[in-house]
Design a protein around this ligand. Sequence first.
Ligand SMILES: Nc1ncnc2c1ncn2[C@@H]1O[C@H](COP(=O)(O)OP(=O)(O)OP(=O)(O)O)[C@@H](O)[C@H]1O
Length: 438
Amino acid sequence: MSRVPWTIKYRPKVLDEVENQEDVKKQLREWIESWLGRKPETKGLLLYGPPGTGKTTLAYALARTYGLEIIETNASDSRNMTSLRNIVERASMAGSLFNERGKLIFLDEVDGIQPRQDFGAISAILEILRNTKYPILMAANDPWDPNLRDLREAVKMIEVKRLGKVPLRRLLKRICTEERIKCEDGAIDSIIDASDGDARYAINFLESIAEGYREVKEDLVNEVLRRKERELNPFETLRNTFWAKYGWQARQAVSNSQIDYDLLMRWFSENIPVQYESLNDMWRAYDALSRASVFLSRAKKASWDMLSYTFDLMGPGVAMAEVAKKTQNWKAKWKNYQFPQLVTQLYRTKRTRDLRDQIVRKIGLHLHTSSGKVYSDVLPFALVYLSKEPEMMKNIDLSPEEINFAKSLTIHENEDVRQHIEKKRESKLKRNARRAKS
Ligand SMILES: Nc1ncnc2c1ncn2[C@@H]1O[C@H](COP(=O)(O)OP(=O)(O)OP(=O)(O)O)[C@@H](O)[C@H]1O
C-alpha cells in the first residue's frame, strides 16, 4: 500500500486547525461570508507569500470549513483556462451557485503564467473573474511581476507570512507524537532553522530523517544539513572532483552533486584551465567533458541510463586527466574557482533582458499577437517605426526607462533592419528577373 506523505497526512482540514495565520483566516472568512450573503466584496482573492507557508492548505481548509466543493487548477495552463471558462459559464446559466453544494475555484501558481507561452491566460482569468458566480481564490509566490498588474488591480490581495518558529515547532512535535517517533528538541530546532518558515520543507525533512533512521537526533540532522549544503555548492563539487586521488571519489563528487547537470558542465568547462597547468591535461579533461555532454543529451532524449556515462566522464574523466596524479608525490593544488561566464553574464544582463521582454509584451498586446511572433517577425520593424513616431511609444504605454532602452536599441537595429530590407529587396528583384526570363 502506498504511503501518504506527511505534508498531506497532517495537512489541516479546517481553518481552525491551521497554525497561526490568524489575520489571513479572518479575512478569508469575511470574504467567503460576503459571497454567501450574495454580496461579495471582490470576486477574486489572491493569497501570496513564500513557498510552503500554507496557501494551498488555507484554500482547502476554507472550502472544507464552509462545505464548498473545491475546483483546483494550475493557472499557467491555457487548457485549464478553457475548461474553467466553461464551468463559470455553465454556472451563470444555471442560476445561483449556492442552490446545491457551493464551489470554490482555486487557481494555483498564477505567477507561473508565462506571457509568451500562455498567451491570453491573464485576460482569460480577468474574464472569468468578471463573469463568475463562484468565489475565485488564487495563489502566488511572487505576485509583483508587471504582467500581473491588471490581475492585482482586480482582486483583493492577502499576504501569507512565513510560519514562525513557535507554530512550526508545535506542528513538528505533534507529528512526532502521532507517528510515535523519538525526536530530540535540538533536532527539531535545527530543522526549523534550516526551513526558514517553509512548513513543507520542514515536514518533508522530518519525514525523510524519521524514515531513514527511525529516530530524529540532533547530530544526525546537523550532519545531513551539512551534507546538503555541500552538495548544493558548485565550488565544493569542483574541489572534490579535481582533488580526487581515485576515479571513484571523483564520480561520487559528481553524482552526489545537487547542481543541475548542464550548469555543472559549465562550471567544469570554466575551471579546467584554472585547475590544470599543462595543456595536455587540459586537452584530456575537455575531451572527457565534451563526451560527457554527448551522453547527457542522449540521456535527456533517449534514456536516463546514459546518465551513468555522463558521471563517469564528468567525474573520473576530468579528474584523471591530470597525469601527475598517478605519481607518488602528487598534491592537490588550491585554486580560486570562477563562476561560469554565462552565469555572470546572465546575471549582469538580467535588467536589460527584462526591459526587452516588457517592450515586446507591450508591442504584442497592442498588435494582438504573441510575444514569440513579435520577436521573430515584428521587433526590428516595430523599433524603426517607433523611432520615427515617438508619440507611439507613449501610446503603447512604455515607461520612460523602456523608451530610453528602445531608443538605444533602435540605433543598432536601424542599420540591421536597413541591411535586412535591402537584402530582401535585392533577392526579390533577382527572383523577378529570373521569372521574367523564364
Ligand atoms: N499554517 C499551517 N498550519 C499547519 N500546517 C501547515 C501550515 N502551513 C503549511 N502547513 C503544512 O505545510 C504543507 C505545505 O503547505 P502548502 O502546500 O499549503 O504551501 P503553499 O504556500 O501552498 O506552497 P507553494 O507556494 O509552494 O504552493 C501543507 O501540506 C501542510 O501540511
